[in-house]
Every structure is written in C-alpha cells, then in structure tokens.
Design a protein around this ligand. Structure first.
Ligand SMILES: Cc1cc2nc3c(=O)[nH]c(=O)nc-3n(C[C@H](O)[C@H](O)[C@H](O)COP(=O)(O)O)c2cc1C
Length: 473
C-alpha cells in the first residue's frame, strides 16, 4: 500500500488516471479545468496535477481532485478499481471499515515534511499557488481538500476534519467549521476557557487521510487510528514545533498555529457541496499561522465542488459509515445504503433491508435519520426491500411509486440538525434546523406473502444468464 501522496500519485499515473497540466493560472483557470474534466469524463475523471503556475516557482504544484472518482477511492484504500455497480463499491468499503481495530499513531523524530521549515516572520502562505475558484468567492481558498488536526483539551483524543480555509494574508487564514462539527466543539472548549486553540492543517497529504477526515466519524473516535487500521500500520507523525500536535511526517505541506477567542474576520462566500454558494460573507475565526513545513517541490491538494456530479467519494464513505452505524445500533439485515451525490451526499439517503419483523422498516428510518453519519443535513430517508438496489434511482422510484402509501408511510421529524450552508436555512445566524421525511417504501410486512409478484426473471436466473452471456454486454 502507498505511504504518502507521492506514492499515490505514482499509482494513479500508472493506471492512466493522472493528467499533468503546465501553465494554467491559479486565478479561476485551474478550477474551470477541473470542472470541465468532471463534466466530460464523469466516472472516469482523472486527478489533475498543475505545475508551472504563473507567478510561482516550477515544482510548487497543485493537485486537484485526488478523490474524484471510484478508481481514486480504490487506490486510496488499496482495493481493485473494478466494480459492477455503486452498491458493490459500498459493500467493499463497508467490509473494509466494519470491524476495524484502531491503530495508534507512531511518533517519529523527522520526516520528509521537515525538508523546509519556516517559522515566525518567515511564514508566507503565498509561497503556494493557492487557487481562486470563481470571481464570486470571498477570496482564494488554501484549504479545500485539507485535514485540520485538533486535540480535545479534556479527553486528549485527536480529531481530523476537512474544513474550508480562506487565505486572508501571508500569515493568516479563515477556518470555517459548521456548528456541531467536532473541530468546532473542540475549538469552543478552548475559547470558553479563554485559551487559544492549537491547530495544524495538512494541505497536501495521503488521500486515505481525507477519506476519514472529510466524513462523519463518530465523536471521540480518532480518524488517525482508522487510517492506521486500513493501512495495517500506524500513521507516522512528528510533533509540531509550535503546537505539539501530531502531524503526518510524510505530508507535503502542513501549517501550524492558533485560533484566538474573539479573533474573527469576514470569510466566504464559497461554492459549496449543496451546489450553491453556501453562505454570504460572515465573521469566522482566524488561524494565525506560526509555522509552515513543506517538502521540496510541495503539492497543495484542492477540491472544487462541482454541481451535478456523477460521483462523490463522500457518497461512498458516508454510505459505508451509515451502514456501520445501523449495524452497531443492533439492527439486523441491512443489505445496502446509498447517499445520493446529486443531493449533496446528505439530503437523500436510501437503505435496503430484508424485513424480518413488524416495525423493522420504521426502526431503520428513525435510527438512520439520527446517527452521527445521517443526522447532519439529512432531508429524506427512504427504506426499501432487498430486491431494490438503493443506488439505482430507477428502482428506488419504482418502490416509492408502488409500495408506499404517502398518507400512512411518510413520517416527519421537525427541528432536525442542519447547517447554515443549507439553502433552505434562511436565517444564517441561528435556527439551523431542517425537517426530515422518513419514507417507508417497503412492502407492508403483513402483506409480504400476498403482494403481487414483480415482473421479470428471478434475480438468480438473470445472474446465471448474465454470467453465461457476459461477453454480449
Ligand atoms: C472537500 C470537503 C470540504 C469540506 N468542507 C467543510 C467545511 O468547510 N466546513 C465544515 O464544517 N465541514 C466541511 N466538510 C465536511 C466535514 O469534513 C465532515 O463533516 C467531517 O465529518 C468533519 O469532521 P468531524 O466530524 O470530525 O467534525 C468538508 C468535507 C469535504 C470532503
């Protein structure tokens, strides 16, 4: 398995999934190219490695979209990029993470990250070709595919999260964290005690780290340990010279510093996962950067939120995480979970089950709606029988159309968890609630035996015929 971003890039290049681009501008052009590649290549979109960016040293590079398509997740988690359907992919990821035993980090004295260290007045964030995504953004964004490292002042556990960071100037950046996110809860604890909050941010790192940092791992569980578990060996970390926080020794770029209570500055707007500009400009905490460490010829990772995308790694991870949480809650016979990328990987979630008892379907709906992975900005949860592929919207709509009596089979939860980024959240200063629809599109349990037979060959027979005649397809 790869050990860092550079080894991952080599693997991507070997399978023809890395495009090197020289001369594109940091001001909108890199982002527009990333958008074009997504629109034209869809599920086969490659990662883009930009170099010779106008105004910047050759070798100071930006990697866009290291987690843009299924092949990239397979590479990051080290499984075969071949798959039959999206739900097969979720199954693979679910199997990878379901029984993970956390592997603690290993502290080392040095690593390639320490090839260049700038502290104090030598800190200059503008040495990196930080992209401007569009003319409507609040500014250039240095952290879009980042990994923000913070330590809980009480429990001592270390949280990783991907949170956007707007470049303010050479030595400071805005750090936007939505309410209730673990990084925000940790930061609040420091602020409530009148203390500065130590922060380290990886700005170029192994995509495997982003798989966990950018998705809802339950509170109190350290993402580093899960990365180590998938790798089968500990993440090697150095202790940050300014904060003492554990920092991946093989990262490409890391900045370190502090957020101080009351030290806020206008941040945003930024094009968000919802497909809209998530919020207008608002005062958000500033990170004062005290140290920058980077490898020679550093690579900054970046992500552009493309609307109408055909795939999003968060769908895959969030589906697998929700699946794991449903099983951890003791619910049997979960057969598949899919969280639709077209609905921001959060708003529209479908779970398939083999119904075993009265109330099974409703139990799944209510629990799924309020798990760590499912509660944030969920709007629709649909439960279907196991003959329906939850990642196939045609089948899901068929089930909703033919098995669900709306007056009886849709329930609502009000004042559920949302975010100021939600376009339906009109008061951006407070009231981040959403309502949630729970849609039972399963055949009523008591009618299972009498329900009309679905047309078409049996799934077993169709599989046999497919295997025999596969070459035709
Ligand atoms: C590319 C990307 C960008 C993200 N940007 C933000 C952000 O700016 N603010 C935020 O609160 N969450 C953002 N998220 C979502 C969080 O990373 C995600 O909810 C994660 O679970 C947060 O970690 P936590 O659960 O430890 O708080 C982003 C996720 C990804 C993958």
């Amino acid at each position: 398995m790869h050990n860092d971003l550079r080894e991952w890039i080599e693997k991507a290049e070997r399978i023809g999934k890395l495009v090197r681009i020289s001369g594109a501008h940091w001001e909108k052009e890199m982002a527009a190219l990333a958008e074009l590649f997504c629109n034209k290549k869809r599920l086969e979109t490659p990662a883009l490695l930009f170099d010779e960016i106008p105004g910047y040293k050759k070798g100071h590079r930006v990697l866009f979209h290291e987690l843009i398509a299924p092949w990239a997740i397979a590479l990051a988690m080290d499984f075969s990029p071949e798959y039959e359907s999206l739900i097969d992919l979720v199954r693979t990821v679910h199997r990878k993470i379901e029984g993970l035993s956390p592997v603690p980090v290993k502290i080392v004295d040095s690593g390639p990250l320490m090839e260049n260290i700038h502290q104090g007045k030598d800190v200059n964030l503008l040495e990196f070709p930080v992209p401007l995504f569009s003319e409507f953004d609040g500014g250039r964004y240095i952290g879009t595919s980042d990994c923000v490292i913070m330590k809980d002042p009480d429990g001592g556990w270390v949280n990783l999260g991907t949170y956007r960071m707007q470049l303010h100037d050479e030595q400071s950046a805005g750090l936007y964290i939505s309410p209730g996110k673990h990084g925000r809860l940790i930061r609040q604890k420091y602020f409530e005690r009148g203390l500065p909050c130590p922060v380290a941010v990886c700005l170029g790192h192994d995509p495997l780290i982003s798989l966990f940092a950018g998705n809802e791992v339950p509170y109190g569980i350290g993402e580093y340990e899960l990365v180590g578990a998938v790798r089968g060996k500990p993440v090697e970390v150095i202790e940050g010279p300014e904060t003492g926080l554990p920092i991946p020794a093989y990262a490409d770029i890391v900045i370190e510093g502090f957020c101080f209570p009351g030290d806020n500055r206008a941040e945003g707007p930024f094009p968000e996962w919802t497909g809209y500009f998530g919020s207008s400009s608002r005062a958000e905490p500033v990170m004062r950067v005290k140290a920058v460490m980077h490898r020679n010829d550093p690579i900054l990772t970046a992500r552009h939120e493309i609307r109408n995308k055909s795939f999003d790694f968060r769908s895959l991870m969030r589906s697998a995480l929700l699946w794991k949480e449903l099983e951890t809650a003791g619910i049997p016979e979960i057969k598949g979970v899919w969280r639709y990328e077209q609905a921001g990987t959060r708003y529209f979630n479908v779970i398939s089950i083999k119904q075993r008892y009265y109330g099974h379907a409703r139990q799944v709906l209510h629990v799924a709606a309020q798990t760590a992975a499912g509660a944030y900005a969920g709007r629709w949860v649909v439960v279907v029988d196991d003959d329906i592929d939850p990642a196939n919207i045609d089948e899901v709509l068929w089930a909703m159309g033919t098995r669900c009596q709306p007056a009886m089979d849709i329930e609502f939860i009000n004042r559920s968890r949302s975010t100021p980024l939600d376009p339906l959240c009109f008061d951006k200063e407070k009231n981040y609630y959403t309502s949630l629809a729970l849609v039972d599109a399963c055949i009523p349990f008591e009618e299972k035996e009498n329900f009309p037979r679905a047309t078409g060959a049996t799934p077993e027979y169709i599989q046999d015929v497919y295997k025999k005649w596969r070459a035709l397809f």
